[in-house]
Write a protein that binds this ligand. Structure first.
Ligand SMILES: [Zn+2]
Ligand SMILES: [Zn+2]
Length: 957
């Protein structure tokens, strides 16, 4: 520890230290472990000691605090302060609080080197105490914030202990009380921010507290800027918790206020903070799409105004960050952005605004603004309608600019480029690729003609780029992490592949085989690199630790190399005579049936397969539903075709997958088959192919003649099967499309109502109102479709298709509770069980709610045995395993679940619970829970505990 740098203490400080120690020695006592404790209760001595501390700290500085003699003094001051904070004298307490604040502000982060747990506990006590004068509380709050701010960022044992202290002292309840009193409001809000940023696991206590949330909502647009910005800050910190954000989004009044705060009538600081908060909400696109769709004009006006401010500093940066997140998803806000001249504003930012020397941002921030603006442009062009034409020349300027930039990337060989420039390559090249692939004719044609003219003289450089990309692709396939430069190169390869002349070049260099190898290699690799990992500007969108992160899935998926390789390949295959022998054995089929791969790569795989006559997205659930098409017993619609041909189908499946085919005059709950006479023009074979797609999610049209293929196209179009139509027309995949998600939830909507032919009734005496119109049943139940229940349940399949009496009964008693029945229904219509994670939402549930979730899983795992429900038992148990562990769930709840499972004969659940509880068996015995559990469970716990001790001791030996 650089002793030579050590500063010497002045005589004045040494004498102050001497006096300080004199007084401290009057109150401090040491125990056997040499820990100091303040034991004096004399207010006079307290007061003198505090004055000495004050004087000593006045002479102190950060550098002096590193001196061993000073460190020794501080390690005495801390226990003294901790003791005096508990003093009976209000004057001493108040003075001690001030000295505490002063101490932390002098020694800064060094506070982490001293034991402060008890000090924090003392401050908590003071805040809770009723006798403590209200006006002094705000200085106590400030002292707490100052200490916690220094301690929050360092994780470890101490960090966890502080959380326990805050929890044990009900700090959130206390803060809620303080906020009500309005005294020191801003300070209290800052304390709250410090806590939820430093201790993410405290967040759910805050967003669950309706009083705190109500006050925060009331003040987020307070006219006092210091209040509103700090309230918005705490809300952003809370929104780092995805459940917290979802919870807040349910509050429409709050949402509207935040949008108002973003507008130009607010102060700059308020606009910045509300833009940050709004961005946090945008992570949950599907959740707010309805609200966003109704407020999009206000939102777009607010952000374009902020982006257009010519001397914009931090406000411009935040507006760009938020807009780049906002544009990721399609919606009416896209056209609104064009209406507000987003292209002119972007061109102004990129080509003009920063070229003069009057920048209001640093270099890093300027770069970040540019990166985001290019990202915004990429998303904008990706979602444009086909016939769109821009109003200004801003877009043309940007297209030219991205083409020239791409050309410099092609020629860039040396590694001596500054990383800043390299980090701009990727967003620019990506924007160019998305322009070339844009569904908008104007954008794709303009970018094609500019690029091909510009690139023409540089054939040699382009050949070298192709070699370079293949070399770096090989290194990625052997495990190297792709750099941002490698990604930019690959993006340009994608751009080149959209031109026939460069396709030939790439194909000559065996590009097709190389890319195929790369794709196969990517599928076996577990090194995934998404955009967020390569591009630093995306990391800045959300600062702070997330707790139960449910981040936005990029359409590109988690593996950027795979995505770009597929784009290139899709263009090359189109231009070559490559043939797939067996599509189900190809890597593309593998990608399509892999749940972990994103929608973007899947869309390009589906595009590639469509070049070989296979259209759609195969999935396991789809395959199961496909088997049902033969189950004629349950068919409820008969299509009459020309020449007397008929096709029997299931209305529920049509309602879910192709509502256009559902006849409009269908009668609810009729037992008879509805006969639908099809037009003469509907071809039997074409309709069969369409139905194959509807039932399974894909269809093979390899052996069809041209005429029939044409009929399939017409029919797909008439049936509004958009995704299939696009594939049949060989259109490039639309950015953001999500065709691969096969589920039947649509059948539970209005279209599927006429086909509801069975009621599943839970075992419960509770009364529940049914929102299905003609239903009189008051016991908890759900309405469902027999045909859909058959797909994943052999038992019901046997029952419904047997023709026995029961198959006509439309009420089935299910021996499970309503909560379990809801999960079961989700399983039937989604093809997989809903999962509950031991995250913030779980911890925010009451004991009763937790118990009902866990018993639901237990019941389902039991039902699965009798009903032959494939995968349900396994999924239930895997959901339960982490939930049954002590620390995630209350002991009492775990014991109750174990007993419940024992009575139901669910051995695996009992074993799981007992194994988790064994280590804390002695604690359980004291608690008395074991007595409630009954003899058998108690004995199992005892035996498991003995085994645990044996294993433990053998591990120690
Ligand atoms: Zn959370
Ligand atoms: Zn009902």
């Amino acid at each position: 520890m650089g002793k030579e740098k050590q500063v010497s203490l002045s005589n004045r400080l040494l004498s102050l230290r001497h006096h300080l120690h004199e007084y401290l020695s009057l109150g401090l006592k040491y125990n056997n472990e040499q820990e100091a404790k303040w034991v004096c209760i004399d207010a006079g001595i307290e007061s003198h000691a505090l004055k000495r501390m004050d004087a000593f700290l006045d002479y102190m500085s950060l550098s002096l605090a590193q001196h061993p003699l000073v460190q020794e003094s501080i390690s005495k001051i801390i226990p003294a302060l901790t003791g005096i904070l508990k003093s009976h004298s209000a004057a001493s307490q108040n003075h001690a609080i001030e000295v505490t604040s002063k101490l932390v502000s002098v020694i800064q982060n060094s506070i982490r080197d001293y034991p402060t747990l008890e000090m924090i506990a003392s401050l908590c006590h003071l805040l809770l105490s009723n006798h403590f004068v209200c006006t002094k509380k705000s200085s106590c709050v400030i002292a707490m914030s100052t200490i916690l701010k220094k301690l929050g960022s360092v994780s470890g044992e101490n960090h966890r202990k502080i959380k326990d202290i805050l929890d044990a002292n009900n700090i959130v309840g206390c803060i809620s009380h303080l906020l009500n009193e309005m005294e020191g409001f801003t300070e209290t809000v800052i304390l709250l921010t410090t806590i939820v940023l430093g201790w993410p696991e405290m967040r759910y206590r805050v967003w669950k507290d309706s009083n705190v949330m109500k006050i925060l909502e009331e003040h987020c647009d307070n006219s006092n800027i210091s209040i509103s910005t700090n309230v918005l800050k705490v809300l952003s910190s809370l929104a780092l918790c995805s459940h917290g954000a979802k919870h807040m989004l349910k509050n429409e009044a709050l949402y509207r206020k935040i949008i108002k705060c973003m507008g130009k009538s607010s102060a700059v600081g308020v606009r910045i903070e509300s833009l940050i908060l709004f961005r946090h909400f945008l992570r949950f696109g599907e959740l707010i799409s309805t609200t966003r769709n109704t407020n999009y004009e206000t939102i777009v006006e607010a952000i374009t105004d902020a982006m257009a401010i010519s001397n914009g500093g931090p406000l411009l940066l935040e507006a760009c960050r938020t807009t780049s997140v906002l544009t990721r998803e399609a919606g009416p806000h896209h056209l609104q952005l064009w209406a507000c001249n987003i292209d002119r504003i972007s061109a102004d930012i990129i080509l003009r605004r920063f070229s003069s020397n009057q920048s209001f941002l640093g270099n890093k921030e300027t770069l970040e603004v540019h990166q985001h603006v290019w990202d915004i442009l990429s998303f904008l062009v990706a979602y444009l309608p086909q016939q769109f034409r821009p109003k200004s020349i801003g877009l043309d300027d940007l297209i030219s600019s991205s083409c020239s930039w791409a050309l410099t990337v092609v020629g860039r060989r040396s590694k001596s480029m500054s990383s800043d420039i390299l980090y701009l390559d990727e967003p620019v090249c990506r924007a160019l690729l998305l322009m070339l692939l844009s569904p908008c004719n104007y954008v794709s044609q303009t970018s094609r003609s500019i690029l091909s003219a510009l690139f023409e003289p540089y054939y040699d450089s382009i050949s070298q780029l192709v070699e370079r990309v293949f070399a770096s692709l090989y290194s990625t396939s052997t495990g190297a992490v792709p750099t941002s430069q490698a990604i930019s190169d690959l993006t340009i390869l994608g751009c080149l592949a959209t031109f026939p002349q460069y396709c030939t070049l790439i194909l000559k260099r065996k590009g097709l085989n190389i890319l195929l190898d790369v794709i196969k290699g990517r599928l076996d690799s577990d090194i995934l690199v998404d955009r967020g990992k390569v591009m630093p500007h995306l990391k800045k969108l959300y600062s702070g630790k997330t707790c139960c992160s449910e981040l936005f899935d990029d359409w590109e998926g988690a593996d950027l190399s795979l995505f770009y390789a597929l784009i290139c390949l899709s263009q090359l295959i189109d231009a070559s005579n490559y043939a797939i022998q067996d599509s189900t054995n190809s890597p593309f089929w593998r990608i399509l049936s892999d749940d972990h791969i994103g929608e973007g790569p899947k869309s390009y795989c589906a595009y590639i397969l469509s070049l070989f006559g296979v259209y759609g997205f195969p999935s396991n659930f789809g395959a199961k539903i496909g088997e049902l098409s033969d189950l004629k017993v349950l068919a409820d619609i008969r299509f009459l075709l020309s020449a007397g041909y008929t096709l029997d189908v299931h209305g529920a499946i049509l309602a879910a997958r192709c509502p256009k085919l559902v006849p409009s005059n269908i009668e609810a709950l009729s037992d008879k088959m509805t006969i639908v006479k099809m037009s003469e023009r509907v071809d039997r074979e074409a309709l069969g192919k369409i139905l194959g797609y509807v039932y399974t999610g894909f269809t093979e049209l390899n052996n069809l003649d041209e005429g029939c293929l044409k009929k399939v196209k017409v029919l797909a179009n008439n049936c509004s099967l958009e995704s299939l139509s696009q594939m049949l027309n060989k259109e490039w995949p639309k950015w953001g499309s999500c065709g691969s998600r096969f589920n039947l939830t649509g059948a539970l909507g209005l279209d599927g109502h006429p086909f509801l032919d069975v009621i599943l009734e839970a075992k419960s005496s509770k009364q529940i109102a049914c929102n299905y119109s003609s239903c009189q049943l008051s016991t908890p139940h759900v309405h469902a479709h027999k045909i859909i229940l058959c797909a994943n349940c052999e038992y019901l399949r046997g029952l419904f298709s047997s023709g026995m009496h029961d198959s006509f009964s439309n009420l089935i008693k299910v021996p499970i509770d309503y909560e379990a029945l809801v999960k079961l229904t989700e399983f039937f219509y989604h093809g997989k069980m809903p999962k509950v994670n031991p995250d913030c939402r779980w911890k925010s549930l009451t004991q009763e709610e937790q118990l009902s979730e866990l018993t639901a899983y237990t019941e389902l795992s039991s039902l699965a045995e009798y009903w032959f429900l494939e995968g349900v038992a396994e999924d239930s148990l895997s959901s339960m395993l982490p939930l049954l562990s002590y620390g995630n769930t209350d002991l009492e709840v775990i014991i109750k679940v174990v007993c419940f499972a024992y009575n139901l004969g669910q051995c695996r659940v009992v074993e799981m619970g007992v194994e988790n509880l064994a280590p804390i068996y002695p604690k359980l015995r004291y608690s008395g829970y074991i007595a409630e559990a009954g003899d058998d469970v108690a004995e199992m716990l005892r035996v498991e505990h003995v085994r645990f001790l044996e294993n433990h001791s053998s591990n120690l030996q």
